[in-house]
Design a protein around this ligand. Structure first.
Ligand code: FMN
Length: 583
């Protein structure tokens, strides 16, 4: 916001008449805040890492000096060679391997301006669909090979067909915008950046299954996304793509936004339905599946935000066009939230079948320290080791490796990550998000967490690894819903690929990554310590002593392993790394 205010002020000071347009997330989060400038007749040019001072400098250079400074320049959005040797934005290494289909408007259009969406062929797909029959849409979606992007990867057309065959009468269409995986922000970004694409997809889906009422179930922690949806729904009514007799077709639909309290389990279909019905968000056993008996006992389809956001593209461009992207039974593109220890983090979209290595090394720019693993699919997913880097990402390949696609969280880990600690982190999440209805999940995840906690505290027992495996399998097989069924995945996958690390914790009481607090000690390397006293000043327990300009000493008895000395020493240009954590 400071950048925007400074841009407005600078433009006023310079007497420049310019319109400021806010767009959604374009992807490279690590470069934010971005500021783009577009002069008449020239392509848009993007600059990164803005702060008020840089923004003023940049605008003065461009508007007063007629120059495009090189500092912070990302690139332009025009044709090759359009800006005299300046690189193209999409040639940036983070962007180049990507294919942006569902995200095509994100960061490009003003999400609050319906005309921007219409100018990019918005609602053309709906027009086309309404000119034909619902069966035509179903056939196109079937031929496209689209599978649900919410995690399970169920063929979208098949689920719709169950619902169509479930008789006439009231049916419901629901958009699942409950995204709750730690580290995931794909669905939120799509709604914030291009709400009409999701809404057009929702109308298309409702038309196909014959629903006259649709809901968007979205967590209340997403206020901007909710605001964008509300604005967009109002605009839809104005141009007649929502409400009674849409575009004169005889098809009518209403959309209601339902805010959820932000419980992870409410992303599960039956819990989500209970929540909309005003009950506690708890899952129920299936069958019957919602496609037969869902909201208020009526046939209901629930689709993920990205699944719906993809539909307008498929209907507008045809199934054949869509199947050009992706491989075998995993067609099209998939968005991922790339996070963790990669150099370039952000929102990305790649064709399915892309190798993990391409995502991590080319798009993400690799890791600073040696790569260790990647967690795909969030808390329901698994942790894959380096041997999977050349595995093409498909639903089947990930499942075979003991992980899942999930909704698209990708957390990259380097050698500074302890996998036991990581598994514990995800278990703490699933354990606290368990709704408590079924015993395997409620009690089982707590036991799993307790064992992991013991191991990371150096109190692991020889039998613990076997217990983790047995308990994990039981929870997986006996839990009522997907939350419990997938909760052991982070533990089981790390046990499979990083067993030695568990053994080191249990048998040697050692944490190879030097992360687990109770298993590490802090030491000063005398040859590196300049005696600058920074660590002495930050140590809360007085454990570090020593006169100025002489190597310091850490008293192990007093050290509470708070990391304060380690962190501050790293930022000391002279002494850097004089304090190390050893295992
Ligand atoms: C605990 C749990 C949480 C889930 N959270 C979400 C979610 O936030 N968003 C989502 O689309 N699907 C989520 N799912 C998957 C949905 O239940 C469902 O499979 C999906 O919405 C179906 O849409 P799709 O066919 O378009 O993928 C979750 C499943 C479970 C078991």
């Amino acid at each position: 916001m400071d950048v925007r205010l400074e841009a407005e002020q600078t433009l006023r000071d310079l007497g420049v008449d310019a319109e400021i347009v806010e767009v959604g997330c374009i992807g490279p989060c690590y470069l934010e805040p971005l500021l783009d400038i577009k002069l008449p007749g020239k392509p848009r040019v993007s600059y990164s890492n803005q702060d008020p001072r840089r923004t003023r400098f940049l605008l003065e250079k461009v508007f007063q000096g007629g120059e495009w400074p090189e500092r912070d320049l990302v690139g332009h959005f025009g044709e090759e060679g359009a800006m005299n040797g300046m690189p193209r934005f999409h040639d940036h290494p983070m962007l180049k391997p990507q294919v942006r289909l569902v995200l095509r408007n994100c960061g490009v259009i003003d999400p609050t301006d319906l005309d921007h969406y219409l100018a990019r062929d918005g609602y053309r797909a709906l027009e086309r669909a309404l000119a034909g029959k619902p069966e035509d849409v179903l056939e196109t979606v079937k031929a496209s090979g689209l599978r649900g992007r919410g995690g399970a990867g169920f063929p979208t057309w098949m689920k719709w067909n169950f619902c169509r065959q479930a008789g006439d009468g009231q049916k419901y269409m629901i958009c699942n915008a409950d995204e709750g995986d730690p580290g995931a922000f794909m669905n939120r970004s799509l709604i914030e950046g291009d709400p009409h694409a999701v809404l057009e997809g929702l109308v298309l889906a409702a038309y196909t299954i014959g629903a006259s009422q649709a809901y968007i179930y979205i967590r209340a922690e997403y206020p901007l996304a909710i605001q964008r949806l509300e604005e967009a729904i109002g605009q839809m009514r104005e141009i007649g793509v929502l409400g009674e007799n849409i575009l004169g077709s005889g098809f009518s639909l209403d959309i209601t936004i339902k805010e959820g309290a932000g419980a992870f389990v409410c992303g599960e279909e039956t819990a989500l339905i209970a929540s909309i019905e005003g009950k506690r968000g708890m899952p129920s056993s299936r069958p019957p599946f919602p496609a037969q008996s869902g909201l208020h006992g009526r046939p209901t389809i629930i689709n993920n935000v990205e699944t719906l956001g993809t539909l307008p593209n498929i209907i507008r461009n045809g199934a054949e066009w869509y199947t050009r992207y992706g491989v075998d039974t995993s067609r099209g593109t998939k968005t991922f939230a790339l996070a963790g220890k990669v150099r370039r983090t952000g929102l990305i979209e790649v064709p399915l079948g892309t190798k993990l290595r391409t995502i991590i090394e080319e798009i993400g720019g690799g890791t600073q320290k040696p790569f260790k693993a990647v967690q795909t699919g969030g808390p329901s997913g698994g942790c894959l080791s380096a041997e999977f880097l050349d595995t093409p990402i498909t639903y089947e390949n990930l499942a075979q490796a003991g992980s899942i696609m999930g909704s698209g969280g990708l957390i990259v880990l380097d050698e500074d990550t302890c996998v036991v600690d990581l598994a514990k982190y995800f278990l703490r999440f699933t354990q606290s998000e368990s709704c408590g209805k079924c015993v395997p999940c409620r009690v089982g995840t707590r036991h799993l967490y307790n064992i992991l906690d013991r191991i990371t505290c150096g109190e692991g027992e020889p039998d613990d690894i076997r217990k983790l495996e047995t308990l994990g399998e039981v929870i997986r097989g006996a839990s009522l819903c997907g939350l419990g069924q997938t909760a052991p995945n982070p533990v089981l996958s790390t046990l499979k690929y990083f067993r030695n690390e568990y053994l080191a914790h249990v048998q040697e009481k050692r944490c190879p990554a030097a992360v687990c607090r109770d298993l590490v000690i802090y030491r000063v390397i005398p040859g590196k310590c300049t005696g600058c006293q920074s660590c002495v000043r930050v140590c809360p327990t007085g454990a570090i002593t020593g006169p100025r300009s002489e190597p310091h000493n850490i008293d192990e008895e007093k050290c509470i392993k708070c990391r304060a000395c380690y962190e501050i020493c790293r930022f000391d240009a002279i002494a850097g790394d004089a304090i190390v954590i050893t295992s």
